[in-house]
Design a protein around this ligand. Sequence first.
Ligand code: NAD
Length: 299
Amino acid sequence: QYPVTAFIGLGNMGGPMAANLVKAGVQVLGFDVVPEAMTAARRNGVHVVTDPLDAVVQAEVVLTMLPSGRHVISAYEESPGLLSAAKPGTIFLDCSTINISEAQQAAALAQQAGFRAADAPVSGGVVGAEAGTLAFMVGAGAEVFNEVHPLLDIMGARVVHCGENGLGQAAKICNNMILGISQIAVAEAFVLAEQLGLTDQALFDVVSRASGQCWALTTNCPVPGPVPTSPANRDYMPGFASGLMAKDLGLATNALDEQGVDAKLGRLAAAIYSEFAVGDGAHKDFSAIITSIRDNSAH
Ligand code: NAD
């Protein structure tokens, strides 16, 4: 028997995640501030409510999938916030990608109000949300982790317990910092190779079996051809949009500053993607960064 779940935030990710819970037999009460998101959720079998507190009051788990930490904290707190309506023992499970410090603050607010909390950000994008193959990185005590695990298993293919509250976000942000840096590195190498007269395929054939091998090359190859499924083959339709990468690298920069870490490449990657994500770049896959490197290079 799955816990009754209040699902707050039925957007690009939350919509299909909630639909998968319903399909698996979970009782889902849903709310979003946008009416179209509620209509779509209703079609997928979510019991939508016009006041989020009506969902929370019946729930054993309150799952939030919201744009930013500001949204999560204000949804918890604002008067009357979600915390004001919950039953004793409720778990507040935030799956949004937010600052580590905000995740810890959200968990502390829930705990101070007498509830339990977990952060469980995801990777896998909208495709993974629809297919139920997301990866969840969970920050929570062991007991809470064990209780939310069955729900996360429905929506995901991989669930990792990363440690206490906030450490799910920490894992997500560290992964995406590696990813942003490595996608830029791969793109720079392809542009250099092109200028030197090396074909894209020759570079791919060497590097994909050499020590430069990485996901940004072998799955998300930034040039069309060598990996037919990569976004470069469809004019950089995402995939993982540059705007979201810029957001995640901004969260990484905040964490680097808070911890005083000397991470020059992480900061540079954040600056490169925040510049690229102004305008059209925001909606292209983050491998499209190669187009800006090419444009800014001497020919
Ligand atoms: P989205 O903007 O499509 O959805 C967010 C939803 O929250 C919207 O429908 C919005 O109306 C709703 N909302 C905002 N404030 C609300 C409130 N107070 N109460 C109820 N609903 C509210 O965003 P998304 O793509 O679904 O992303 C959600 C989170 O998941 C973000 O933190 C994002 O960084 C993260 N994420 C997204 C992806 C992706 O590929 N889209 C991948 C991994 C993680």
